[in-house]
Structures are given as structure tokens and as C-alpha cells.
Design a protein around this ligand. Structure first.
Ligand code: NI
Length: 196
């Protein structure tokens, strides 16, 4: 009998321990979901001057990371972002006006401010282009839960930059609001934009 009591005692301790551990794990998961996406940044604008996330306070940032030599994903996405803003401007001009489309090049070796400026001129007229040092870019991409890497260069010195294809929407206070995946159509993005 005393052995049973001791066992019961042991199980009680274990049960309490599991509840505590369980609570801890649960708490940790909740905390993880609250981890912030994005971070303040300071980069070089397509005009050559320094630009920081503070410059966009009071505005929405519609951000995409890529590189100008990208064969398909980047031009398609920047075009989609342009179409989204044009469509939004027809129905909600005040909101559309508050959104700044931003292209951040992950390829500063080839993408000089001048090249970035020329590239974004093919898309929405309010596009802001920027890039930074590799360290800056790694910090920003990590903060956004994104990634990029370089493939080895071919005989002509051309190389591909692997990168994620999310479009991020940051609010007027610089906080993350949502992101859009490459699977979402222009109309799906538009609909979700109207509901943030
Ligand atoms: Ni790309």
C-alpha cells in the first residue's frame, strides 16, 4: 500500500511537471508567433543617397527583395505590384497613394543605384529602389524571415541569386502587417490589401 502511495506521489509530481512543461512549451509557441517580422533599415537609394525605413513612417511599405538580372520572378512580381497599385488607385485612391512599392536588390555587386533606378523605372512610377552592403542585406533578409544565396558564376561572370519571393506589407508605424506569396494572384493580393 505504501508503495502505491509512493507511486501515486511520483505520478502526481510527474503530472504537475508535465503541466508546467506543457505550459512552458505552449507559452513559448505563443511567444514565437509574436516574433516581429521586419526591422528598421538604412540603405542606399537608387538616387545614391542614404534612405532609411524612418523615411516611410506614416506610409505603407510594399517590399520585395530581388535582383535586376532576375530572369522571371522579379520582373513578374514587380509588374504584379504595379498592377495591384494601379487597380487599387481606381477604387481606393487615398489608400493606394499611401503605399510605397519598394524593391531591395540583393545583388549590390552588379546592381548599382543607377542600374536599380533604371530597372524600377519600368514599373510603377513611385517605386523606390535600394540596396546595401552584404551585411546590411543579410540582416534585413533575416529580420524578414527571408533568404538569399548566390550560385557560382559561369564563364561569362553571370550568376543567379536565389531568393524568396514574398511581398511584405509594413504599416504606417513600420510594423509588419502581412505578406503575399508567389501563388497569390493580383486580385487575391488586392482583396487582402483591402482587408488589412
Ligand atoms: Ni528574382
Amino acid at each position: 500500500m505504501s508503495r502505491k502511495i509512493r507511486l501515486f506521489g511520483l505520478f502526481s509530481v510527474l503530472a504537475i511537471a508535465f503541466v508546467i512543461i506543457g505550459y512552458g512549451v505552449n507559452h513559448f509557441v505563443v511567444a514565437e508567433e509574436e516574433i516581429e517580422i521586419g526591422s528598421p533599415f538604412e540603405l542606399t537609394r537608387h538616387t545614391g543617397e542614404t534612405i532609411s525605413s524612418e523615411n516611410f513612417r506614416g506610409r505603407y511599405m510594399f517590399i520585395y527583395f530581388g535582383f535586376t538580372h532576375c530572369p522571371a520572378t522579379c520582373p513578374v512580381t514587380l509588374n504584379d505590384m504595379t498592377v495591384v497599385l494601379r487597380k487599387l488607385a481606381k477604387t481606393n485612391p487615398d489608400f493606394a497613394e499611401k503605399i510605397t512599392p519598394i524593391f531591395i536588390s540583393l545583388d549590390p555587386h552588379r546592381d548599382t543605384p543607377e542600374i536599380i533606378g533604371k530597372y524600377i523605372s519600368h514599373f510603377h512610377e513611385r517605386f523606390e529602389g535600394m540596396t546595401g552592403t552584404y551585411d546590411d542585406l543579410i540582416d534585413i533578409v533575416n529580420a524578414y524571415g527571408s533568404y538569399f544565396s548566390y550560385d557560382p558564376a559561369d564563364a561569362y561572370g553571370n550568376y543567379n541569386v536565389n531568393h524568396s519571393s514574398y511581398i511584405y506589407l509594413m504599416g504606417p508605424k513600420g510594423k509588419y502587417l502581412t505578406h503575399f506569396t508567389p501563388d497569390e494572384s493580383v486580385d487575391q493580393i488586392l482583396e487582402r490589401l483591402l482587408n488589412v
